[in-house]
Design a protein around this ligand. Structure first.
Ligand SMILES: *Cc1c(COP(=O)(O)O)cnc(C)c1O
Length: 361
């Protein structure tokens, strides 16, 4: 029983999702592949997305940029956390460009970067990273006269997945005003959900991440993206549980009738969320066993979880069978909802224990 856990990434679906978002936005389409491409493998994601036509990639740190290895010559890689004093050596040794996040970083790159390319992040309302709108305005006259190296002006939306939220229009408008001061420098505002806010959010480039990997960028509406991730685990034991017995830690799930339980070798150490556990009072997530959606039973433990397969025929599931935790009827967002989190968090938590398969469907 080799590789008890299997994570399958559908590269064709990933490429389809990128093309679809690029077409929908009608402008250049980059890709956020930070956090190891949301847990799925940044080198493989970059290769597949580059083959689909993507030329602009975003990671978080210089370490992530380094792990990515050589980036194709016709592609650009941006490092979102910019260049702190401790990052300067790594930044100067890298072919990637920093996303400058403060006036201090702009000064540092001006002094040390020798006119090499950089991006600038402007904070239009997230209040996280970036020069303020006022700072951006104050810098603009200098930028117009100096050899500044700025290749992209970036801002980031705080509420893009809530299209009705007033902050979206405010950020779109503020960014439009800043861009007027930086004429000739391309601008980028929209993440995955931002692409669905319409043309005014698209600017010159969009930067989806999660939607590329199948997370729904339009929560509450039908997911327009193709699923990319399938998570499967092996059944290590099938057991009969008499009525009234409990299952797992803290005995939170009681068999209301004689039950058959499949125990699978996957748990929270593998990034499967413990919050997706099932109890007598709260249903958890589900698993697909022998093509049938079956509920979890009891707490998800570190390396194991239990699935109630009573509804299946006696021999429908055996030791060694693969069950599906993400895939088919169970989307990343479904598991996230069961665990009261978001698809992003589910994806990035998927651990390294998996045997990863990149499949071209
Ligand atoms: C993560 C990130 C993105 C991509 O966001 P998604 O919501 O995953 O599409 C884009 N821009 C910045 C600055 C980011 O940090």
């Amino acid at each position: 029983m080799h590789s008890p856990l299997r994570l399958t990434l559908d590269t064709a679906a990933l490429q389809h999702n990128w093309r679809w978002l690029a077409e929908r936005s009608g402008v250049a389409c980059g890709a956020a592949i930070k956090a190891n491409a949301y847990g799925l493998g940044a080198p493989e994601a970059l290769k597949a997305l580059h083959a689909a036509g993507c030329r602009d990639f975003f990671v978080t740190t210089w370490d992530e940029a380094g792990r990515l290895g050589a980036v194709p010559e016709d592609a650009a890689l941006s490092v979102l956390h910019g260049v702190g004093s401790g990052d300067l050596a790594a930044a100067l040794a890298s072919s990637a460009k920093p996303v400058l996040n403060s006036v201090e970083q702009v000064g540092r790159w001006k002094a040390e970067g020798q006119g090499r390319p950089c991006d600038v992040m402007v904070d239009t309302g997230m209040n996280r990273l970036g020069v303020s709108v006022d700072e951006a305005a104050a810098l603009a006259p200098r930028i117009r006269t100096e050899n500044h190296g700025i290749t992209l002006l970036i801002s980031h939306l705080a509420c893009a997945e809530q299209p009705e939220h007033a902050l979206n229009q405010r950020q779109i408008e503020l960014f439009r005003e800043v861009r007027l001061l930086y004429r000739g420098i391309p601008g980028s505002l929209a993440n995955s959900s931002g692409i669905f806010l319409g043309n005014s959010a698209h600017c010159d480039m969009v930067r989806p991440g999660a939607a590329l990997f199948g997370v729904n960028p339009t929560p509450g509406r039908r997911n327009p993206m193709q699923p990319v991730v399938q998570l499967q685990a092996r059944v290590v034991q099938v057991r009969n549980v008499p009525k009234g017995d409990t299952i797992g830690y803290n005995a939170t799930w009681t068999a209301k009738h004689a039950a058959r339980i499949a125990v699978a070798a996957v748990g929270y150490a593998d990034g499967y969320p413990r919050a997706a556990s099932a109890s007598d009072t709260t249903p958890g997530s589900d698993a697909i066993v022998a093509d049938t959606r079956c509920p979890l039973a009891g707490r998800v433990s570190m390396d194991l979880l239990a699935v109630d397969v009573t509804a299946l025929a006696e021999n429908a599931v055996r030791r060694g069978d693969l069950i599906t935790l993400i895939g088919g009827m169970i989307g990343v967002d479904d598991l996230a909802a069961a665990a009261e989190t978001i698809g992003y968090e589910v994806l990035v938590n998927l651990g390294r224990r998996y045997h990863r398969v990149y499949r071209d469907s």
